[in-house]
Design a protein around this ligand. Structure first.
Ligand code: 0X9
Ligand code: ZN
Length: 304
């Protein structure tokens, strides 16, 4: 049975997304972004009041299979939208004027595998030729300095960049969706864990992004909002200098494709529990993170 304060398995999440769309048809609709390597549907929720020529923000969760708090956050975000639409002024304004394209779980095969077999799995579950090692790191598989730095060309490694950019069905599906909707998509938010960081381009090199100053201000304000709730400390900045150089990430790719407001969240914690963040922290983590997402979305609405 689905719970917002527990980690839910993939079947439960898929049933949840069908239900929340069916029960909030004026605000949420579900479609299929694509199909995974093992044949599972990858769903997409469009969250927003219908209108014409709306700007849009993509929000994805579950790139890395073991980062369960990310997946929990996407569910919480949609719950907030449907529960507070019409009463919360800021949220209502955002949903009236922006569409959020939410991918509750991108790496569905990997997520299922963390439930069935190996809680610490990170990559996709695609078969690699010439080895028994499975999977590609989806966040090393985008065409942004692909496999040049902070990524491995060895299929057995956790940061394997894949046989070519977008070699994975999951990354190809997301990239195609963004490419096909570039005229409306103004923001790209990809949710990971852990480290308590808010990152923006670039991570594939130390090059300073054209919009660095603005992105830094947006990040600073978002982090300030996040911290205001429970005093959770975040660092923020360009990925290369703030966390590490790592090429092939979706944030850098989306930015270079023209999505100016491109951010990676690294949610709680800083390592005490790491990927095994207790369920008791889902609510607080989600609530504080939503403040940051609202802050970024408000900036996009007013400036994009
Ligand atoms: O290494 C990653 O993919 C992210 N950290 S994680 O621990 N969740 O794996 C950080 C991604 C930052 N952005 C890029 N490297 N493009
Ligand atoms: Zn991650």
């Amino acid at each position: 049975v689905h719970s917002y304060v527990k980690y839910n398995d993939l079947d439960t999440i898929n049933a949840w997304s069908a239900n929340i769309a069916a029960q909030n048809s004026g605000l949420v609709s579900r479609s299929q972004l694509g199909t995974s390597y093992e044949g599972r549907p990858i769903y997409l929720l469009k969250v927003g009041k219908s209108g014409s020529n709306k700007k849009a923000v993509v929000l994805d969760c579950g790139f890395h299979a073991r980062e369960w708090i990310s997946v929990a956050f996407c569910q919480w975000f949609v719950k907030e939208a449907v529960e507070k639409y019409g009463s919360d002024t800021q949220l209502t304004n955002l949903l009236n004027n922006l569409d959020f394209y939410v991918v509750p779980v991108l790496n569905v095969d990997g997520y299922a595998y963390t439930w069935s077999t190996n809680r610490m799995w990170r990559k996709t579950r695609s078969v690699n030729s010439g080895t028994t090692c499975i999977g590609t790191d989806p966040n090393r598989n985008f065409n942004a300095g692909w496999c040049t730095v902070g990524a491995s060309s060895r299929a057995c490694d956790d940061t394997y960049c894949g046989s070519s950019p977008e070699s994975e069905r999951e990354t190809k599906a997301l990239a195609n969706f963004i490419r096909n909707n570039l005229s409306s998509i103004k923001g790209y938010l990809t949710i990971h864990s852990y480290s308590q960081m808010l990152l923006f381009p670039y991570s594939y090199s130390y090059a300073v992004a054209k919009d660095h100053t603005e992105l830094n201000t947006v990040a600073k304000n978002a982090v300030s909002q996040l911290t205001s709730l429970y005093n959770t400390k975040y660092t923020y900045g360009a990925g290369g200098t703030t966390i590490y150089l790592a090429a092939g990430g979706s944030d850098d790719w989306a930015y270079d494709a023209g999505v100016k407001y491109s951010f990676t969240f690294e949610l709680r914690d800083t390592g005490r529990y790491g990927f095994l963040l207790p369920e008791s922290q889902i609510q607080a983590t989600s609530q504080e993170t939503i403040l940051a997402v609202r802050s970024i979305a408000t900036h996009i609405l007013n400036n994009a």
